[in-house]
Design a protein around this ligand. Sequence first.
Ligand code: NAD
Ligand code: WQD
Length: 338
Amino acid sequence: MAILITGGCGYIGSHTCLELLSAGYDIVVVDNYYNSKPEALKRVKELSGKEFPFYECDIRDEEGMNAVFAKHKIDAVIHFAGLKAVGESVEKPMMYYDNNVNGTLVLWRAMKNNGCSRIIFSSSATVYGSENASPLKEDLPTGAVTNPYGRTKYVIEEILKDICVADKDASAVLLRYFNPVGAHASGRIGEDPNGIPNNLMPFLLQVAIGKREKLSVFGNDYDTHDGTGVRDYIHVVDLAKGHVKAVEYALSHTGATPINLGTGTGYSVLDMVTSFERITGVPVPHVIAPRRPGDIATCYSDPSKAKELLGWEAEKTLEDMCLDSWRWQSQNPKGYDE
Ligand code: NAD
Ligand code: WQD
């Protein structure tokens, strides 16, 4: 029995590979290195003390994917492979629809061709759009998304739901991540963004290490406790453990099941900055800047369905998120480029 991980060399994928190996699963990894480096999986092997097969393959390469399935008996797929930059998706929508949506269609065909019909999909809280109030529950309407990236996640969820209606053997766990941050406690694997980071934590870390001068806090006039945007930050190791539980669920259930992976607690941008400074002792120069177009005031999960169905809940604290992020950043100032 083996689990195939697409995009397993990336930020969340590499942490999930490690947790699956610790839980005793055999894994097979596919990645095209579009947004990752071989060093990440080298370190996963070091940390776990285990070897596993890796294929440099694009998920849209149907022949290549069929060859992977032909070589291994795959029981379920965790599907991380995708593009994730919101701004870029507005500039290049076709690239996002082709990679994310078409990629998932090709992957599913290769799975079915080879007798595998269980998928755990990396969805996002972004599918809840701008019109629902937090705490966000899985039965709220989805689809009022504000950018092509979000639309790919919504469309893929709908495709997988349709497939599960038509195919009674199919199982799709649609994991809606909130805001993943942090790194493995060893400081050996973490997030290694290309270029200027879009997300708060990687930008904050680059300011803390002196690579960037200051953090812009996008808006301080939202209807929140201090006026800055509130999000549900979740430690990537908790998130990775949620995937191990989701594999167990997918192996024993059919149908499409959306599940939030969040903590249920919201922190503001200024909460994050001041907590990081207090916990690490490292200053983060910051200025208030205009709101970022497309942002909403508040977004946090109702995490009760994950607890009920998967027996999973986030365990790590904001302190862990800050300390582990900082350990990764300070020990690897150039990311995986040593
Ligand atoms: P990441 O970019 O670090 O990892 C994605 C991996 O997929 C990369 O290693 C990349 O090289 C690979 N990849 C991309 N397209 C591919 C293709 N066509 N064929 C093969 N490999 C391909 O991103 P991440 O943060 O680890 O996110 C993983 C998944 O979770 C993505 O689908 C993302 O949309 C989703 N997600 C991420 C966040 C977040 O904030 N990080 C939040 C919600 C959802
Ligand atoms: C968090 C907060 C910003 C940067 C995005 C995607 C979402 C999901 C996770 C994939 C907001 C503020 C940020 C900065 C700031 N990804 N901020 N200065 O926007 O909640 O979600 O990543 O699925 O789809 O939209 O995350 O980290 O960009 O922002 O003040 O330099 O930090 O305004 O309030 P977001 P984020």
